[in-house]
Design a protein around this ligand. Sequence first.
Ligand SMILES: Nc1nc2c(ncn2[C@@H]2O[C@H](COP(=O)(O)OP(=O)(O)OP(=O)(O)O)[C@@H](O)[C@H]2O)c(=O)[nH]1
Ligand SMILES: [Mg+2]
Length: 249
Amino acid sequence: MKTHKDSDTIDVSVVIPVYNEEGILSASVEDLFARIDASPKLEGYSFEILLSANGCVDRTVDIAHTLMERHPRLRLMQSEEPNYGKAMRMGIKDARGKWVICDEIDLCDVDFYERALYRLREEGYDMVVGSKRLERSFDKRPPFRRFASSVINWMLWLATGFEGTDTHGLKAFTRERLLGVVDDCVVDRDMFASEFVIRAGRADFRVTEIPVEVIEKRAPSIQLTKRVPRVLRQLGTLAWVIRFKRPKA
Ligand SMILES: Nc1nc2c(ncn2[C@@H]2O[C@H](COP(=O)(O)OP(=O)(O)OP(=O)(O)O)[C@@H](O)[C@H]2O)c(=O)[nH]1
Ligand SMILES: [Mg+2]
């Protein structure tokens, strides 16, 4: 893997929002660097990993600082309130890479990085979405969460006409081309990722889906039942803004 001395020459920024992840943060980051460095398909790419934390009340931030002492390619950014979408947006805006990969700390899927970067670089796509719901995907999450993903996807179709199979989780894109779409997004928290993917597709960027294997290292940090009312409210807002709010020229 290429090392970088000049911050302007980074190829790939991996943006990972983190919220109270003291249990798996250290092992996940160490393992991620090791697997990136060992991958022949990623040889030649310079990487940074950007942890975007907000609202953490455990030792996540302290652990991130300790990790940064060992890994100069690791960066941490922070904001106050727990907000997945805001953390993701801040990470993307601050990323220095030509390509951005959005990952989650319980996934860290280097196989996705390899396949997605190939699509962006060699096949001219602007955005690659890792889908848990394609025929060749492999989703090891419990049945009720797989069902919830299907319902959300169906509601996104109903609300916005979205025809893809997944909007959450892994995605990769060419930063410069998609920054305007990030700026057009108005919904944050859980639904930012959906708005981002849907707007990219509607703005005629070249978006493709590839299958991913989802084997989480732990259960989600927020209970599904607590997320449902918020997601439903956000879906309503999303339907409204996608259909009626004109993106900036
Ligand atoms: N900064 C930040 N990160 C969050 C927040 N909520 C979740 N995350 C991070 O987002 C990633 C995914 O969170 P999970 O708890 O695994 O949720 P999930 O249901 O698997 O996520 P989806 O499949 O994307 O809906 C992890 O890296 C979490 O640490 C938040 O409020 N703020
Ligand atoms: Mg998860």
